[in-house]
Write a protein that binds this ligand. Structure first.
Ligand code: 4AD
Length: 457
């Protein structure tokens, strides 16, 4: 009995460690708890001091109420603290729970003069980008990271629920899948260097796409996907290109029409976006109200509706019928430039639009020839969205050995043994986030952006 009493006494004394989101849920009202986090605001009053503490688990901070004797000059905006006390119902509607503190310990001091963010000030995304080691402390960027994490989960859930197998495609590869020559070469820099010899015996690169490896595995698993870092040596300072980005790629065997593939793309966007809307209500709200208000139409709602489809030929007709003066040509066969994509999405109601059946010569070697079309087109599809342009690209793959042989020798063995009609697509994950949140610059939707002349931290 003595032991039992001792345990009870110990349990009563030892506070339960809670995340701020758990504390705010109200499930532990009355409990003796410990919360650790960073101070978001300090309001000393005569008899009390009020703190807002956050630990990244939610947008809402936890309000801490302490007697004035617990105030400490080191309790400043940005300092790290540990607070113990009991959770109480708060009289404030907006903030149903507060922590009545009986102890506050400053774990890490923060000099507010040197801290680049100021209390209650809203800093723009461009300003906070200058501080890659601290921007996760801002409301805007911490919301972004939580949304990014939920969207990642949503993409994996979609594929799991639809019987896709996740494949870890290699980061180091000897192929240039896209054939665009935007490769980073990989060689050791240390004592392993042997003059005139490649480490892998062949030139090796950081992957530009996992497609070819997915195609191999889809030859046995039918439905596969990958979601990982992808690298392109793009020497541009564009607001929609990174040197390192995350790509979601899927490959589906026994797919015979571009519409079947387009439907998978559409379903994936719908499912991921519904998940984000359901799980990130406060964070999405913050973006739309304060971070990118009216900056650009957010596409969140558009992705859960069905998306318009037009062919490339129809797209060119639309461009040619418009009174707009384009810098680049709009003849059939021309590449769709940013100005064309912008016009097309505007024409289609400022909403996403799938463009299918591009001229054969505009698409990579692996795209399937639409032999039944009067013009030579490929069974390829791009999803164009406002502000971002191309968000996702896919195609049926040319599975017919005789047609492909004219295009590329190395690809042939993939087609020799039980080759079936298949198709796949790739989605730039950062562009998706840019699009649903209306963020202008891609550098603001990835934790540590890499682009030419910049590899901070
Ligand atoms: O159109 P891309 O080059 O297609 C492929 O790589 C195919 N092999 C994918 C496949 O079918 N499995 O790239 C796919 C998407 C683009 O639509 C774009 O959203 C994104 O990847 N993307 C980039 N995102 C950020 N920075 C860059 N430099 C990007 N390059 C492409």
């Amino acid at each position: 009995r003595g032991i039992l009493l001792g345990i009870r006494h110990y349990c009563k004394k030892t506070p339960t460690k809670l995340r701020v989101s758990q504390a705010l849920s109200g499930a532990d009202l009355g409990a003796n708890v410990k919360v650790q986090g960073w101070v978001r605001s300090v309001r000393p009053q005569k008899a009390n001091v009020f703190l807002h503490v956050n630990d990244g688990s939610s947008l809402q901070p936890l309000q801490v109420v302490a007697g004035a004797e617990l105030n400490d000059p080191l309790l400043t905006f940005g300092s790290a603290v540990e607070v113990t006390g009991s959770l109480k119902k708060s009289p404030h509607k907006k903030q149903p729970v507060e922590l009545e503190a009986d102890q506050i310990t400053v774990i890490g001091e923060c000099n507010p003069v040197d801290f680049p963010f100021k209390i209650k000030e809203r800093h723009g995304l461009e300003y906070i980008r200058q501080f890659p080691h601290l921007r996760c402390r801002t409301n805007a960027f911490s919301s972004l990271l939580r949304i990014r994490s939920e969207a990642t989960t949503a993409v994996h859930s979609y594929f799991r629920e639809n019987d896709f197998v996740q494949i870890h495609t290699p980061i180091i590869t000897s192929n240039d899948c896209e054939g665009a020559g935007e490769l980073f070469q990989v060689e050791p820099s240390g004592p392993e260097i042997v003059e005139d010899e490649y480490f892998f015996s062949v030139p090796a690169f950081l992957t530009v796409s996992g497609q070819l490896h997915l195609e191999v595995i889809s030859g046995a698993f039918s439905r596969v996907y990958t979601f990982g870092p992808t690298f392109r040596a793009e020497n541009s300072q564009s607001r929609r290109h990174l040197a390192e980005f995350y790509m979601v790629e899927a490959e589906i065997s026994f797919t015979e029409s571009i519409e079947d593939l387009t439907k998978v793309m559409e379903d994936m966007f719908k499912s991921a976006t519904e998940h984000v809307l359901a799980h990130c209500v406060e964070d999405v709200d913050l973006f739309h109200k304060h971070v990118t208000p009216g900056h650009r139409v957010s596409m969140l709602k558009c992705f859960i509706l069905s998306t318009l489809r037009i062919t490339y030929t129809e797209a060119v007709d639309i461009l040619n019928r418009s009174s707009e003066k384009f810098t680049f040509p709009t003849d059939w066969g021309c590449d769709l430039k940013t100005e064309h994509e912008k016009y097309l999405v505007k024409h289609c109601g400022n909403a996403p639009v799938f463009v299918t059946d591009y001229p054969y010569d505009l698409k990579p070697f692996y795209a399937r020839d639409n032999q039944d079309h009067p013009e030579r087109t490929a069974a390829a599809v791009d999803l164009l969205v406002p502000g971002v342009g191309e968000l996702c690209g896919g195609s049926l793959r040319e599975e017919r050995l005789d047609l492909l042989s004219a295009r590329l020798e190395e690809y042939l063995d993939l087609r020799r043994f039980g080759s079936v009609p298949h198709g796949g697509f790739g989605l730039g994950f950062e562009r998706y986030l840019q699009c649903i949140l209306g963020v202008d610059n891609i550098k603001d939707v990835i934790p540590f952006p890499r682009f030419s002349h910049s590899c901070l931290l």
